[in-house]
Structure formats: structure tokens, C-alpha cells
Design a protein around this ligand. Structure first.
Ligand SMILES: *Cc1c(COP(=O)(O)O)cnc(C)c1O
Length: 390
């Protein structure tokens, strides 16, 4: 058996590195979740989450992963046979749509080139054509973790408004929340879906939804079956709004995460992610000189600041990069999902991350090319260092 020392680097776009502060905050005895102390912690967490989502509307927290929060959004808003429009930009948006289909919702997919991302003009055109107003919901993934493309949620909102369409606007912010700016209220998002293990730096196991007044109204007449995720039941259980026992340890961790975000300041958090992402892109551009690989996303303005997807040329299996980095250097990268399997590998750069951590991961990637015999141009890490040192 090989013994490894040091930490496994999580450069997978979720889960992310959990800061020691959060681990220590969770290393506590159980607390009575009906007591006053816990009520205070929960209140702090709900208020903090609202600041992070940039909403003053209703927040729900679930003991679930992101998929659970996706499901909560779907089952609370719609009725059997209702139609939703899925803006398909990669594996995550497609999966969300599949979940809606499983619940008997009619899913219409508006496909986009995964390398380019969503085109708001096409959204507007489709919604204008929906003269009967059959489309009840529009589902967008803000940051497509599978492709490394971050979509302009505000522009999609404007497209919906230009079409004067009444559909509910749902946005997944799982891999953008607390990494890339997301403004639920300003962008008039009706349901924003988040998870704990990405920008919030927590273990897996908490899902979140910010819910607008319009969405809360819709839930009253929605007829899909629901129990655990039923917002009507949750609203009745004040102040924690929890069906069953609240996951108190996750709340301890979340409170610490919110304190950390408050100390750094959200704008600084976003700036740090932008800096680390740019260094990653510089590295990829150098590795790719001579056609060895390229950034998957084609529009430089839409490249994600929380994850970078790298497209390998035909004949080179991207999985070998991921596997080599993991087996040889103990760095966890993301692989290609769905039809990008073997074509793309992904470097996550979100959450509790600084320059030397990122450079360590990028160096492991560069070493993995050499170890795996994959052609690349030397100097990617140098380019990243140059971009980070000033
Ligand atoms: C990670 C992720 C999910 C799924 O979250 P889970 O916690 O794994 O269920 C959904 N959407 C996006 C954009 C993600 O990055």
C-alpha cells in the first residue's frame, strides 16, 4: 500500500477544499435543534445566505446535495403536464431537465453550442413564439460546470422581459455562488438553486433555494407530488423551516463559511476567483501553443471564474490527464461529462483557494502531461506565476 503525505488537492469543480476553520467549527457536540442557541445560529445562517444570494426574499435550506435543491425547485412550482424550457448548455442543464421529465413535466430543450453557451436572442425569440404562454418555467444554469462557460443571467432575464413572458425564471447557481457574482433579486430570478460544497467551502450535504414572492405564490396551486421538499410545510415550521431534524453540524459549518465570506468581502472573493481563473487560462493557453489543447469555451467574456474546461485534440484521451494527476500527484481534477468524456478535463478553482495552492495544482497538471506522454508546450505554470505576481 502506498502512503501519501500532505493533502489531496481538490481541483475538482466540487467538492472543494474545506478550510480548517470550517472543519473545526463542525467539530462539536450535538445541540438541541429546538433550543434558543440553535435558533440563533440558524437565523445568522439564513440572513448570511440571503446576503450571498443577494436576495431579500425567502430562503430554504435542505439536508440534501444540489440535486435535492434542484428537485425542490421543480416539485414546488409546477403541475403534471406543465411545460418548461430548458436552456441546454451542458450536462448540468440537461440533468436538471431530465429530473423535470421524471416528474411528468413536459420539457422543451432549447439547445445551444456548449462551447458558446446561451444566446439570449434565441431565448427571446422562443418565448415570443410562445403566444399561448404554455411555458411555465425557464431553466438556466448560471455557471455550466461541465463546460466552464458562465452565462449572463441578467441578459437572459432581459430577453424574458423583452418577450414579456410570465414564465418563472429558475437559475442554478451551484458552482457560481460565492465565487462569481450572482444577484437573485436584481436579476429577477424566481428560484435560485445552490449547494454547500462549492464556493461555500462546506462538506456535501446542504442544498439551498432562494425563492421569490412570485414563486411562493405559484407553489400554492402547484400539483406535483411533494413531501420532504414541500415549501408549504417548511414555512409552517418556524424559525428553522426544517422538515425533521435540522443538520446542526452543517449549520455550524455554514455559519463559519459566512463569517469567512464576510471577513474577506464578497467583492474580494469574486476578484480572487477572477485572478486565479485568469492564471489558469494563461497556463492552458501556453500548454496549448502549437495546437496541443485549448480552452473549451470560445467566448473569452464568458469563461468561468470557478472552473476551466480544457479541450484535448482528437486522439488524445483527456481522462489520462485526470487519472495521472490523481494517481501520481494526488490532485483531484474533473473529467469530461456526457459526450465530453475523454475530450475534456476540468480544473476547478473555486472556494478556499490561494495562489500557491493553485500553482501546486497547475504544476501537477503540467507534470501529468509529461508523465502521461501527452504533448504540451512547456511554460504554462510560468505564465500562471507571471499573471499572479505583481
Ligand atoms: C455540482 C453541480 C450540481 C450538482 O450538485 P450535487 O451536490 O452534486 O447534487 C448541479 N449543478 C451545477 C452547476 C453543479 O456544478
Amino acid at each position: 500500500m502506498t502512503v501519501t503525505r500532505g493533502r489531496q488537492f481538490f481541483q475538482n469543480p466540487g467538492p472543494t477544499n474545506i478550510p480548517d476553520r470550517i472543519l473545526r467549527a463542525m467539530d462539536r457536540a450535538s445541540m438541541d435543534f429546538m433550543g434558543k442557541d440553535f435558533a440563533g445560529i440558524a437565523e445568522f445562517c439564513f440572513a448570511g445566505l440571503k446576503r450571498v444570494f443577494k436576495t431579500e426574499q425567502t430562503m430554504f435550506v435542505y439536508a440534501s446535495n444540489g440535486h435535492g435543491a434542484w428537485e425542490a425547485a421543480v416539485v414546488n412550482l409546477f403541475s403534471p403536464g406543465y411545460k418548461v424550457l430548458v436552456l441546454e448548455t451542458g450536462r448540468f442543464s440537461a440533468s436538471w431537465g431530465e429530473m423535470a421529465t421524471a416528474y411528468g413535466i413536459e420539457v422543451e430543450t432549447l439547445p445551444f453550442d456548449w462551447r458558446v453557451g446561451v444566446d439570449p436572442a434565441k431565448v427571446e425569440e422562443r418565448l415570443k413564439a410562445d403566444t399561448a404562454r404554455d411555458i411555465r418555467g425557464i431553466l438556466l444554469v448560471h455557471n455550466e460546470t461541465a463546460t466552464g462557460v458562465a452565462h449572463p443571467v441578467a441578459e437572459v432575464r432581459k430577453a424574458i422581459d423583452r418577450a414579456d413572458h410570465p414564465g418563472l425564471f429558475l437559475s442554478d447557481t451551484i458552482s457560481s455562488l460565492a465565487s462569481i457574482d450572482f444577484r437573485m433579486d436584481e436579476w429577477k430570478v424566481d428560484v435560485a438553486v445552490g449547494g454547500s460544497q462549492k464556493g461555500l467551502m462546506l462538506p456535501i450535504g446542504m442544498g439551498f433555494t432562494g425563492v421569490s414572492k412570485k414563486a411562493l405564490d405559484a407553489t400554492q396551486s402547484a400539483r406535483l407530488p411533494r413531501a420532504y421538499f414541500d415549501w408549504r410545510l417548511m414555512l409552517g415550521r418556524q424559525p428553522q423551516k426544517f422538515p425533521g431534524t435540522a443538520p446542526v453540524h452543517h449549520f455550524y459549518g455554514l455559519a463559519e463559511a459566512i463569517r469567512m465570506l464576510d471577513e474577506e468581502g464578497l467583492d474580494q472573493v469574486f476578484a480572487r476567483h477572477a485572478r486565479l481563473a485568469e492564471a489558469t487560462r494563461q497556463a492552458v493557453r501556453v500548454w496549448g501553443e502549437g495546437g496541443h489543447m485549448r480552452l473549451f469555451g470560445t467566448d473569452p467574456k464568458l469563461l468561468s471564474n470557478s472552473v476551466t474546461a480544457v479541450l484535448m485534440p482528437p486522439g488524445i484521451d483527456a481522462e489520462r490527464v485526470r487519472q495521472t494527476a490523481l494517481d501520481r500527484y494526488n490532485v483531484s481534477l474533473g473529467g469530461g461529462l456526457d459526450n465530453l468524456k475523454g475530450k475534456v478535463f476540468r480544473i476547478g478553482h473555486m472556494g478556499d483557494l490561494n495562489e500557491p495552492m493553485l500553482l501546486g495544482a497547475l504544476a501537477a497538471v503540467e507534470m501529468s502531461f509529461k508523465t502521461a506522454g501527452i504533448p504540451y508546450t512547456k511554460g504554462g505554470v510560468d505564465a500562471a506565476m507571471a499573471s499572479l505576481s505583481y
